[in-house]
Design a protein around this ligand. Structure first.
Ligand code: SF4
Length: 318
């Protein structure tokens, strides 16, 4: 039985159920690297090119963890996931980055995933499946099971916002907001402080799309659409008590997305906003201090009930 290694990094956090179900239904054994830890980060940092962002370095660490445990690694070349919408170029060159940074790798499934064009899904899955089997019936069944499993996973992500509870929206790329090592267990820390962390995945795509359309200008990036859609929806509905954006140092996409989200929230709402940028040198003590200060400010606002904004016009107009 073929052993397929899935590195627990980057878009694993978006597609894990789809890929795992697909390979298992094809008859392969799936091996997923462990949750990110210090060794994985340190190994990844050592092998990856210096200028890469921390999620890409961590991905290298996950590959190193798997390389002697599996006979095939799944590292697809992701060009885009939705039509007329692009993804960070690092995903397009990921198989090469890995190949030229790490020696003695097992075989790699590096199929191109390009859903920017119409009707590519089935054809792409057939190409991936061909590494394991050519049985058409098995592939068809695996394809259906994988789609079903992905739909259920997305449905389960729609946690409910708790009304009158202090909801805090965590924004950022999925491989940061769902990787508890990279985000320094921010959700656990917020819960401990009596707050309720949520992510933009609680909203239906239709809501995100509708609000993203209200943004002036064409949106080219997948996660930009989701985050600006969530941001404009939050401003309209005042559903959260605060927004924390977790960004990766050196991320070109975030230099636009985080800035746009911050500007919109600060100019058009009174929702407190905090941007935290992380890299492999970030210390947890500094992170905790900023988080605690943010939480104290939220509690102070609730206690005093004046919602005086520390930003711009509001300081002078009330
Ligand atoms: S979008 Fe930013 S954080 Fe994500 S892989 Fe690209 S550079 Fe790294």
């Amino acid at each position: 039985m073929s052993k397929i290694g899935l590195p627990r990094g980057l878009l694993y956090y978006e597609f894990a159920p789809l890929w795992t179900t697909f390979f298992e239904a094809l008859g392969a054994e799936v091996v997923v690297s462990p949750k990110t830890n210090k060794k994985i980060l340190d190994d990844g940092t050592r092998y990856c090119v210096d200028d890469a962002c921390i999620p890409v370095k961590v991905f290298h660490g996950h590959v190193l963890n798997l390389k002697n445990k599996v006979d095939t690694l799944f590292i697809p070349r992701i060009m885009g996931i939705h039509q007329k919408e692009y993804i960070c170029p690092k995903f397009c060159g990921l198989p090469e980055m890995i190949k030229y940074s790490i020696n003695d790798l097992p075989k790699m499934i590096n199929t191109k995933i390009d859903y920017t064009k119409k009707d590519q899904s089935k054809r792409t899955m057939n190409q991936i499946a061909s590494y394991i089997t050519t049985n058409k019936k098995t592939i068809q069944k695996a394809y259906q099971m994988a789609n079903q499993s992905y739909t259920e996973y997305k449905k389960n992500q729609k946690e409910l916002l708790i009304s009158n509870n202090h909801n805090i929206m965590i924004m950022g790329h999925p491989y940061i907001i769902y990787d508890d090592f990279l985000n320094m267990s921010i959700k656990k820390k917020l819960k401990k402080a009596g707050l309720y962390p949520v992510t933009y995945d609680i909203f239906d795509e239709s809501i995100l799309n509708k609000y993203a359309l209200g943004y002036h200008g064409k949106i080219f990036w997948l996660f930009f659409r989701k985050m600006i859609g969530a941001c404009l929806y939050l401003i309209d509905h005042k559903l959260v008590d605060g927004v924390i954006y977790l960004s990766s140092f050196g991320c070109g996409i975030d230099s636009v997305v985080a800035e746009t989200v911050e500007r919109n929230i600060r100019r058009n709402s009174q929702i407190p906003f905090m941007l935290i940028t992380i890299d492999e040198h970030s210390g947890e003590a500094g992170f905790n201090t900023r988080l605690e200060a943010f939480i104290d400010m939220l509690k102070w606002r609730n206690k005093d009930e004046n919602y005086l904004s520390p930003y711009g016009d509001y300081v002078y107009s009330r």
